[in-house]
Ligand binder design. Structure first.
Ligand SMILES: *Cc1c(COP(=O)(O)O)cnc(C)c1O
Length: 366
């Protein structure tokens, strides 16, 4: 297969779409659930808020098979693990990695072990890991503790680690950047995304750089990463012992790809920023209600940053001087249904009324 990707190859999973870039041998098995090829959605309301002739797009990674971008890396990691004769997968997870690993393991017929921090995990994600039949072990510790244990167990050779410290995960996740360039025929000026373990920002930057080297784009984006204020080790440049945020997918105090993320930010003349939990929740609601895109809290972090940058009293430094006519892509990383607890709080106000048209008309109040 050549290095170009015809539209007809899309929608068959990221390995079939981008095999030439993923360095897979011809004999490698392909374990796919049709991941990737997610919508890049033009957002008129966000665009209006930014103004200055800019265009804002959302890359909706919630549309992957298990509802997050983790599937892009998992298809490659699991396919390569199988080629090397792996007999079991293991991961530490705040939720989405376990959902994805469990699904791809189920498809290959090998066991998947999930080491789960006992602290709160979003309901929908845990439901997924159970549904796909993973072996789940909860520990009294946080994500960083879970990853430490997984690293030890991985050294024994009995398990293939499918956390983002597995380079095959990062390789697969690069395909999101390829798709964006393929779709709009160039790289954007700004690429915004949430940052937890920092694997994804590393992967996007690698993807954009490779595509640029292959002359598929004329420019490279500035990479702008967003951390939650209570879990912002890169922003504060120190390990956070007890990271705290409602956005569980980015509740990480010691990112595995810290150095690589700093390199991506420096090389792209990008930045790392923080947003508060309050801003994250407001942005989650705003995006659902103004653009019809429902994302989990972590995914709303870049939207929160973008909205904050429009607020003249509280500028986000990195976005303060967005040049006229910039193209901005915000990656929203996971589906809103995975973590519905906050929205369920809002639903609790719902009370039933008598079943008459008159009562219903009054209740609608329009
Ligand atoms: C994993 C994840 C992140 C964080 O990605 P990193 O590669 O760890 O920085 C953000 N949002 C969602 C929904 C995730 O599942």
């Amino acid at each position: 297969m050549g290095s170009t990707t015809s539209k007809s190859q899309r929608g068959r999973g990221v390995i079939e779409s981008y095999r030439a870039f993923l360095l897979l041998s011809a004999s490698a098995p392909v374990i796919s659930l049709g991941e990737g090829n997610t919508p890049l959605i033009y957002c008129p309301q966000l665009t209006k808020r930014i103004g200055r002739d800019c265009e804002v797009f959302v890359k909706n990674e919630g549309m992957n098979p298990t509802g997050s971008f983790k599937d892009r890396g998992m298809t490659v990691a699991v396919s390569k693990a199988l080629e090397r004769g792996a007999s079991a997968l293991i991961c530490a997870s705040t939720g989405n990695t376990s959902a994805s690993a469990a699904a791809y393991a189920a498809r290959t017929g090998i066991p998947c072990i999930v080491i789960l921090p006992a602290e709160k995990i979003a309901t929908g994600k845990l439901v997924q890991a159970f549904a796909y039949g993973a072996k789940i072990v909860a520990i009294d510790g946080n994500f960083d503790d879970a990853l430490r244990i997984v690293r030890h167990l991985g050294e024994s050779g009995d398990f293939v680690i499918v956390n983002s410290i597995n380079p095959d995960r990062i390789a697969g996740q690069k395909t999101a950047a390829y798709e964006i360039v393929d779709e709009v025929s160039d790289a954007p000026d700004f690429q915004l995304l949430p940052v937890g373990n920092a694997g994804n920002i590393t992967a996007y930057w690698a993807g954009y750089r490779e595509y640029h080297a292959h002359k598929k784009s004329t420019k490279l984006p500035a990479m702008i990463g967003f951390q939650a204020a209570g879990a912002a080790p890169i922003f504060y440049n120190r390990i956070i012992e007890k990271p705290e945020t409602i956005a569980s997918a980015i509740r990480i105090g010691n990112p595995a790809s810290w150095k690589q993320a700093c390199a991506a930010i420096a090389e792209s003349r990008g930045a790392i920023e923080v947003v508060s939990d309050e801003d994250i929740v407001a942005a989650q609601n705003w995006l659902a209600r103004h653009e019809g895109i429902f994302v989990e809290p972590a995914s709303a972090a870049p939207i929160a940053g973008l909205l904050k940058s429009c607020n003249s009293s509280e500028k986000v430094y990195a976005l303060q001087k967005i040049p006229e006519a910039s193209r901005i892509v915000c990656t929203v990383t996971g589906h809103g249904l995975k973590d519905p607890d906050l929205i369920i709080q809002q639903m609790k106000k719902l009370k039933s009324i008598p079943a008459t048209t008159t009562d219903v008309r009054r209740a609608i109040g329009l």
